[in-house]
Design a protein around this ligand. Structure first.
Ligand code: 6R9
Length: 679
């Protein structure tokens, strides 16, 4: 695909029709209590003060040893932050809060069955559990600093406990979202080189206790086929002492974690002082090729950035009850359920299940009962809740001072419902644009400083200096109504360090496009290219339009079209596959799958079902296509490239444009009728 084609196929096309509304101002009550109301923060974080300005974030943390170099660029573009510094994330998220807050709730866990009690984990209790778990990981599993461990766990309090236990030892965790298949987990185990897998027997979702342990065996087998042996699997039980899965445990490999950890009761493990640039975790995310990328985040920079943004943008104070509805298996959960809030000594709520089960009032009951006052979720959830129970929030007595939306562009109309109905007109809203790769927020209003503009993320964060480039690298000035590729001119502490085991891909994917000089060690020559289209209004606010590459953002989850296409191609009958994003009222974008068959095979429902099943097994149910269309042939250029732009126009009922230059223009109308019907 050439660049123009990429732009044309992008989600930007669909998003660009959204209207901007007027500004909405945060209330005086909010401003009076906000953590950040000083506009000079933007001057302090200007490029003139770069990179030293980020000391302000790093100083929110405890350091065993202060750094000597704020930013080391000698291995450009693999930036090293706070070099010479020594730090531990587990100490910062747990131990250091004991003196003042040991009896404060660190985590409040809300299980799905409403008759099961909430679990309140105080900082003292978290300290005990993290220590005992760290002892188990070190002494039973044999893990040490620098080793990788894969964690395939649902939303249970043991998940953050295990993450913090790893962080205590310097073990690099790689959490794989529980909704991913065993095969997807296995590929990530192999890529990261984990010999230990931590998992769970079962968890609740929409009223069912779902078997989860069955994924373990698939994952271990896939990893083995790729040359990575897993010699220990630690399985937590949803009900300790009672195994809820049907899959048998494998003798000598699988152990009940809740049983083993009891052998370490009372153990204490000192947090290991780690160099600031030591990796804290890997988080796999989809890219433009079939293979997911292990984004590697370093402890000192990442933790500083999420602490700073949690304080100033999430506006978390010690007395707040903060609830981010994301799953910890995604970056939002890592940064803004676990590391950001806990580094500030906050109370972070986590819940099991889905927002709409048993009914659309669940979220508001939780908010009322726990007196949540900071609420954080994604447009897809907001759309779902709005559809399932538009009047529900009014029935519950809760009050949010602050709300977040993250993960995909939000339509102004959905934003307004969030503001008026969920936020009862009281809450300040931040629309935070960022990515797995960026560790924390890149663009957002500062809630106590800026008015909100529905549908726009807002200005750049302090110390983040974006620029919009056209395809040729010319800067697009603000206020021109012209969209382009948003890039960041400078590094910041939250940026990932590299792609695990693939530095070349890191450089190629994120820097090559706009790099000014590949030999340079100067950060000014290496703008970061996140892969999103955007436009900047005259007021400096950025409107993010969506991906400009082959990534589809489904309900806020990133899927690579190539991953889906490869999964479809494993079905015997399939000759070719093409995936395009289609607009969906609830989930934002969903994939439509077009396939053509090998000679000798006939189209049937059975074949479409096979395609769907194969995607579910290879990736997971979240990737299930909305439709599988079996077409007689793919629309192709004369050089044989599938014209995804044409398929996308058909799926989204948009102008198809000129197809006369195609090798097989007649097939376009045939496919259109198949999808849209006659007329
Ligand atoms: C945090 C997270 C990243 C992609 C990103 C962009 C989209 C995220 C957004 C947004 C518009 C927002 N995205 N936040 N688009 N407005 N506020 O979602 O990380 O899963 O890596 O996805 O999501 O396209 O490039 P990740």
């Amino acid at each position: 695909m050439d660049d123009q084609e990429i732009l044309e196929t992008s989600e930007a096309e669909i998003a660009v029709h959204w209207k901007e509304e007027d500004y909405i101002h945060p209330s005086n009550t909010f401003i009076a209590q906000a953590n950040m109301t000083d506009p000079t923060i933007y001057d302090r974080f200007s490029l003139d003060n770069f990179p030293e300005c980020f000391k302000e974030y790093a100083d929110l943390l405890d350091w065993y040893q202060y750094w000597h170099t704020t930013l080391d660029t000698s291995d450009a573009p693999c930036w090293k932050w706070f070099v010479g510094g020594k730090i531990n994330a587990s100490h910062n998220c747990v131990d250091r809060h004991l003196t003042q807050h040991k009896n404060k709730a660190a985590l409040i866990y809300v299980p799905e069955p409403e008759n099961e009690a909430h679990a309140v984990v105080t900082y003292q209790e978290l300290y005990i559990r993290v220590n005992e778990t760290a002892a188990m990981l070190r002494d039973f599993a044999g893990l040490k600093a620098g080793d990788r461990v894969t964690i395939h766990m649902p939303m249970v309090p043991e998940l953050p406990v295990v993450m913090l236990a790893c962080a205590r030892l310097g073990v690099i965790h790689s959490v794989v979202f529980a909704g991913f298949s065993g095969q997807a987990c296995g590929e990530r185990i192999a890529d990261s080189g984990s010999r230990v897998l931590i998992s769970m027997d079962a968890y609740y979702r929409s009223g069912n206790l779902l078997e989860h342990k069955d994924k373990v065996d698939a994952a271990v087998a896939v990893a083995a086929a790729e040359g990575q042996t897993v010699d220990k699997v630690l399985v937590y039980r949803r009900y300790p002492g009672q195994y809820s899965a049907k899959t048998p445990m494998v003798e000598g490999r699988d152990y009940f974690a809740d049983e083993i950890v009891s052998d370490y009761a009372g153990s204490r493990v000192d947090p290991v002082p780690l160099p600031a640039e030591h990796p804290l975790f890997l988080m796999y995310t989809s890219g433009t090729t079939g293979r997911p990328k292990g984004c590697q985040h370093g402890v000192g920079g990442y933790l500083s950035y999420v602490a700073g943004t949690s304080k100033f943008v999430q506006d978390i104070h010690p007395e707040d009850v903060y609830w981010c509805m994301a799953d910890i298996g995604w970056i939002t959960g890592h940064s803004y359920i676990v590391y950001g809030p806990l580094s500030l000594g906050a109370t972070s709520v986590m819940f099991e299940g889905v927002p709409t089960y048993p009914d659309a009032g669940r979220a508001w009951r939780i908010a009322e009962r726990l007196d949540v006052n900071i609420f954080h979720t994604a447009p897809t959830t907001i759309r779902m809740l709005r559809k399932a129970g538009p009047d529900e929030p009014a029935k519950y007595n809760y009050h949010f001072k602050h709300m977040t939306t993250v993960g995909e562009p939000i339509e102004p109309e959905v934003w307004l419902w969030y503001h008026k109905v969920v936020g009862k007109g009281e809450a300040a809203i931040v629309d935070t644009w960022w990515q797995t790769e960026t560790g924390g927020f890149l663009c957002s209003t500062m809630p106590g400083l800026h008015p909100m503009k529905p549908g726009s993320a807002g200005p750049a964060m302090p110390g983040i200096h974006p620029v919009i480039y056209d395809e040729d690298g010319n800067e697009v000035p603000p206020g021109t109504q012209k969209a382009g590729n948003i890039c960041i001119r400078n590094p910041w502490p939250g940026i990932f360090q590299t792609i695990w085991g693939d530095r070349d891909r890191f450089v190629r994917t994120y820097f090559e496009k706009y790099c000014k000089n590949p030999e340079s060690k100067d950060w000014r020559d290496w703008p970061y290219f996140p892969g999103d289209g955007a436009l900047q209004a005259a007021d400096g606010y950025f409107r993010i339009l969506g991906r400009v590459d082959d990534v589809i953002n489904v309900a806020g989850h990133r899927l690579g079209t190539k991953e889906l296409e490869s999964a479809a191609l494993t079905v015997e009958e399939i000759a070719e596959a093409a995936v395009v994003p289609v607009a969906d009222d609830l989930r934002g974008r969903v994939p439509d799958m077009y396939v053509s068959l090998k000679p000798g095979f006939d189209a049937s429902e059975e074949v479409s079902n096979k395609v769907t099943r194969s995607i579910e097994t290879i990736i997971g149910k979240i990737a299930r296509p909305k439709h599988v269309y079996i077409v007689p042939d793919m629309p192709k250029t004369r050089s044989g490239k599938i014209m995804r732009r044409v398929l996308s126009a058909i799926s989204n009922t948009m102008e198809i444009g000129d197809v006369t230059t195609l090798a097989n223009p007649e097939v376009v109308e045939e496919v259109r009728v198949m999808v849209q019907g006659e007329g």
